[in-house]
Design a protein around this ligand. Structure first.
Ligand SMILES: O=C(O)CCC(=O)C(=O)O
Ligand SMILES: [Fe+2]
Length: 262
């Protein structure tokens, strides 16, 4: 076999090709909720493609359309994105009125610590609750998230996905910024809600199947942010206080435009 055949096989795809793959992904339909690519991502041209796209809408976070997940000396202790430390399972952008549907993580530099990004499926949590007759109780609570400025964002713990009837869970596990509270009109107490939040933490820790992804330069993961929760590090990394100043990921939030159906 000529040498070039080997070279071509290991080449990362271009930004344009990645964009073309991304527009084909519709997580509101049946199929895998996480896809892995190998992309030589050019941030500027990717921003341009997304900004001009009729199929996808980029959703900026506080540092723009492309966030840089990496250690920053100015970042506060609760700024988990600008860090390489353990980060509990969560949904990205919960504080936005419309939670970003799709998250892209792309590895600029894998760093030195090998700390993986981990993924879990909230459907598994919902199934466990259903099988232990606790799903009805879950419908009694709403989930609270406190933003950096101390404001709160509240949404029901269980919700239907906006494109279909799929049940999704709004949750960040064992987070000091989050809690549950009874929905207005519920007979549950705050104590019940606190116990239920602890129960969800236990399920995530003991029963949830976790998929770890160890990064290599140029690997990219596209995942369903409405259904999967993700975090940084396995439980064994929780108290390690890792500082990997080299580890650097791009993080991009996008949603599909409602009317497009390709
Ligand atoms: O660094 C990681 O592995 C994940 C980062 C993350 O979840 C975030 O910044 O929202
Ligand atoms: Fe995240």
């Amino acid at each position: 076999m000529p040498k070039e055949s080997f070279n071509n096989q290991s080449e990362s795809m271009s930004t344009k090709k990645f964009y073309e793959e991304l527009i084909k992904i519709d997580f509101s339909k049946e199929g895998p909720r996480l896809k892995i690519f190998d992309v030589d991502l050019d941030a500027e041209s990717f921003i341009k493609l997304l900004s001009e796209s009729e199929i996808l809408t980029p959703i900026a976070s506080s540092d723009g359309i492309i966030s840089h997940v990496k250690e920053s000396p100015e970042a506060g202790a609760s700024d988990y994105s600008r860090s390489s430390r353990y980060f509990g399972l969560h949904t990205d952008g919960q504080y936005l009125t419309k939670v970003p549907e799709i998250v892209v993580l792309h590895c600029v530099d894998a760093g030195t610590s090998d700390i993986p990004t981990v993924f879990g499926d909230t459907k598994d949590i919902i199934d466990i609750l259903r099988n232990t007759s606790q799903l009805e109780e879950a419908k009694e609570y709403e989930f609270l998230f406190r933003k950096k400025e101390g404001l709160e964002f509240v949404r029901p713990l269980l919700e239907k996905r906006y494109q279909n009837d799929e049940l999704i869970m709004n949750i960040a596990v064992a987070s000091p910024k989050c809690c549950l509270r009874p929905l207005p009109g519920s007979s549950k107490t705050q104590e019940d809600a606190d116990k239920f939040y602890d129960l969800l933490g236990e399920i995530a820790e003991k029963n949830l199947k976790i998929i770890p992804h160890t990064w290599k330069k140029n690997s990219a993961i596209v995942f369903d942010n409405l259904r999967l929760i993700h975090g940084r590090g396995l439980l064994e990394h929780k108290n390690l206080g890792t500082h990997d100043i080299q580890r650097h990921l791009h993080r991009i939030w996008v949603s599909r435009n409602k009317s497009t159906n390709i």
